[in-house]
Design a protein around this ligand. Structure first.
Ligand code: CP
Ligand code: NVA
Length: 329
């Protein structure tokens, strides 16, 4: 059963029940239809929200901005050098000040504790736009996209390949356990998620008739997969780890051979983006020059193939974030 989400913060998927997440997905679908039909939905006219970014962003920043404008809300972007947060003023004091002026606060940054402290002291809803530990709004977009393509979520065989202990793996793990997916992480053992989180996910999956598998066995993870999901091998804030991660994950690249291992020619490919699928970016060029790789976590062929639904995912960031803002304000 979903309850009203008014006044609630969204720091991890664990803040919501399966019913709440279903309500958010249904609402996102309604907003997508309204957007396509050109039906105005300025239900929060006159409100203001703050968008705090310690790390860079394309999708999350734009999704919050467009969603806010569509709902009649004024968004204010505050980058890492724009405010005193953490440098001249504590998170607690900043939260209290922003909470007096804004109706809601989005935060993207490093320590997960920062977003927790903001939520504790702001007195208005706080939304996690990514921390080192979790990226929950991304998972709503991913689930919406999976349902659009497969027509269901429960029981879907979703495999996350790569850095199995990063914010995306952690969030997919929690979200899948709550929504009852057959979720698998395929990673080298040294990149398995924290035991405490895995234990919690097993309990949730049990309650929700889902399944969780953490493995370094390709056959076990990939057999019969409906979706293969990957993410960058080096997350924001870990830029000194390229050599180590390439060494650990070289054999975990999503390529045509990996897709074939699923035995499912229709298997979908997903990625939260940005993706290193070619050497056309400055970082991509460095990787090619230093490590001899044309691509990292996914080949250009798979990224551009009909199996790939990555740009549907990116668009759905906006519709799902709109649902989060609309229901929690
Ligand atoms: N997927 C995602 O969060 O993208 P950005 O880093 O561009 O916001
Ligand atoms: N794991 C990635 C996700 C980017 C959306 C990072 O934190 O950089």
């Amino acid at each position: 059963m979903a309850q009203s989400l008014k006044g609630r913060s969204f720091l991890t998927l664990g803040d919501f029940t399966a019913g709440d997440i279903r309500l958010l997905l249904t609402t996102a679908n309604e907003y997508k239809r309204m957007k396509y039909a050109g039906t105005p939905h300025r239900i929060h006219e006159g409100k203001n929200i703050a968008l705090l970014f310690e790390k860079t962003s394309t999708r999350t920043r734009c999704a919050f901005t467009v969603a806010a404008n569509d709902l009649g809300i004024a968004p204010e972007y505050l980058g890492k050098d724009d405010i005193q947060l953490g440098k001249k003023e504590t998170v607690e004091d900043t939260a209290k000040v922003l909470g007096r002026m804004f109706d809601g606060i989005e935060f993207r940054g490093f320590a997960h504790k920062t977003v927790e402290d903001l939520a504790k002291h702001a007195g208005v809803p706080v939304w996690n736009g990514l921390t080192d530990k979790f990226h929950p709004t991304q998972i709503l977009a991913d689930f919406m996209t999976i349902e659009e393509h497969l027509g269901r979520l429960h029981g879907v065989k979703l495999v996350f390949v790569g850095d199995g202990r990063n914010n995306m793996a952690n969030s997919l793990l929690l979200g899948s356990a709550i929504m009852g997916l057959d979720f698998r992480i395929l990673a080298p053992r040294e990149l398995f998620p924290e035991e405490g989180l895995v234990h919690h996910a097993h309990e949730l999956a049990h309650q929700n008739h889902g399944r969780i598998t953490i493995t370094d066995n390709f056959e076990e993870a990939l057999r019969g997969a409906d979706v293969i999901y990957t993410d960058v091998w080096v997350s924001m804030g870990e830029e000194d780890k390229f050599a180590e991660r390439i060494n650990q994950l070289r054999h975990f690249q999503v390529n045509r051979d990996m897709l074939n291992l699923t035995g499912n020619p229709e298997v979908k490919f997903m990625h939260c983006l940005p993706a290193f699928h070619d050497a056309l970016t400055t970082t991509g060029q460095h990787i090619r020059d230093d490590f001899g790789l044309e691509s990292m976590e996914v080949t250009d062929g798979v990224f551009r193939s009909p199996n790939s639904i990555v740009f549907d995912q990116a668009e759905n960031r906006m519709h799902t974030i709109k649902a989060v803002i609309a229901l929690t304000l």
